[in-house]
Write a protein that binds this ligand. Structure first.
Ligand SMILES: Cc1cc2nc3c(=O)[nH]c(=O)nc-3n(C[C@H](O)[C@H](O)[C@H](O)COP(=O)(O)OP(=O)(O)OC[C@H]3O[C@@H](n4cnc5c(N)ncnc54)[C@H](O)[C@@H]3O)c2cc1C
Length: 401
């Protein structure tokens, strides 16, 4: 019997397995994929707060060794004017990185194994085991193999947005919002990006940054209602948006070459109750939001750290399992909700409301507050703190508006 079985071995699951194994727990980490493995539907930008976690866990040097370039600047170009700057550091970390998932996820899975977790790849979980109303483990199989059952004190779903563990445990979903926008993106050689570049258009927005192998990831987000039209000719819609809204980027791309197929799609927004008797959820399995602010990986690290602390607190007898997991849900939601609402608003890709227009205009002459605005994305400035009436007044007074 294991202490924990973690289903899903990417950002959330491998991090959690590593943290629990480092505390001395017996952990089985399973995934139906084999590593290294890319995750197609992710633009894999990891903000300063996420990178600070990798540094804390001793994994940042390995990431840097993958030759993934550091990113320190944001550049939001609204056409009539642009805002550029660098967000405040996260525990001394000023760099973001956008590693390919085949790099990042393999590194995390290796770290879990190095910590003592047992990694079972190519293993697909079919169902959970029950003892009355308590989950006691998993049943799964390798391709073409026989069913294998394993038991644990805690079975954890780190199995992404279509989580089988969440479904099997009937995890209630709340604060759900339907898909708002979604990107189509690809990888380009011969194009340099200057940081996290974003070019808001009308109900669409172009963006891009550098990743491994000297490639630029360049995408365009389209609102959900336009996806059927966009899907009819992705390349045409993508290039048209970049030509119209980001002419400078279009010029750079004219000298480059698209190296991979287009990938894209829409995702919903939700929170799920992340625990019950014998089971818990972490990462996208428990909480998902629109990718326009690129927070999913950073959030997955955060929820893995919170859940590892909660389980350790219960298993060492510092508090009951019920109290520890209730605190896990409470803390996760308290930290995530303001950015969730901010992200869902931005994801409409609608013209900025008058208040936001006034703010963006005031930021043009205020570099310090522009940097703090970018800190909302880097998760180094909190949404309630930045939008507090005092701070808004301070910004407007400084600009004379
Ligand atoms: C279009 C798009 C762009 C995005 N861009 C960014 C970005 O730039 N930055 C960012 O931080 N986030 C981004 N995200 C979000 C980010 O990709 C996710 O938040 C992140 O991958 C969540 O990690 P996870 O470990 O929770 O789940 P996942 O990465 O989805 O991993 C789940 C794992 O579980 C395994 N699994 C599932 N079911 C089973 C089963 N039954 N048996 C065995 N294994 C199973 C899968 O094989 C998979 O390996 C984006 C998302 C989308 C949709």
């Amino acid at each position: 019997m294991y202490d924990a079985i973690v289903v899903g071995a990417r950002c959330a699951g491998a991090s959690l397995a590593m943290l629990l194994a480092r505390k001395g727990y017996r952990v089985l980490l399973v995934d139906r994929t084999t590593f290294p493995s890319d995750l197609a539907l992710s633009t894999h930008y990891v903000h300063q707060a996420g990178i600070a976690r990798l540094k804390e866990w001793g994994l940042l040097d390995a990431l840097i060794a993958s030759n993934c370039p550091p990113i320190t600047r944001f550049h939001f170009d609204f056409g009539a004017f642009a805002l550029s700057g660098s967000p405040p550091a996260a525990n001394g970390v000023v760099e973001a990185y956008a590693p390919r998932r085949k790099v990042l996820d393999a590194l995390l899975a290796q770290a879990a194994v190095a910590a003592g977790a047992e990694l079972r790849e190519g293993f697909s979980v079919q169902d959970v085991l029950w003892d009355n109303d308590t989950v006691t483990g998993i049943r799964g199989r390798r391709q073409g193999g026989d069913d294998i059952s394993d038991t644990a004190r805690m079975t954890i779903g780190a199995d992404g947005m279509h989580s089988l563990i969440a479904r099997a445990a009937h995890a209630p979903e709340y604060n759900t919002k339907p898909p708002i926008q979604g990107p189509y993106f690809s990888y380009w050689s011969g194009v340099r990006m200057t940081g996290f570049e974003f070019y808001p258009g009308l109900y669409r927005g172009a963006f891009g940054w550098m990743t491994n192998d000297n490639l630029a990831l360049i995408g365009v987000g389209f609102v959900a209602k336009d996806h059927p039209t966009v899907r009819a000719n992705i390349e045409a819609a993508y290039l048209q948006a970049i030509r119209d809204d980001a002419p400078d980027l279009a010029e750079r791309m004219a000298g480059g070459r698209r190296e991979e197929r287009f990938v894209g799609g829409l995702v919903p927004n939700y929170f799920r109750k992340p625990y019950g008797p014998g089971w818990a959820l972490v990462g996208d399995a428990g909480y998902l939001k629109d990718p326009c602010t690129a927070e999913g990986i950073t959030d997955a690290f955060e929820s893995a750290a919170l859940l590892a602390e909660a389980l350790d607190s219960a298993w060492t007898g510092r508090e009951s399992m019920a109290a520890a997991l209730a605190a896990y849900e409470h803390t996760r939601n308290e930290r995530a909700t303001p950015l969730y609402e901010f992200t869902c608003q931005l994801a409409t890709l609608a013209p900025p409301a008058p208040d936001m227009q006034r703010l963006l205009s005031a930021l043009r002459t205020n570099q310090e507050q522009t940097n703090r605005f970018f800190g909302l994305f880097a998760q180094t400035v909190s949404v309630p703190e930045f939008f507090a009436p005092d701070n808004m007044q301070h910004i407007f007074e400084a600009s004379g508006s």
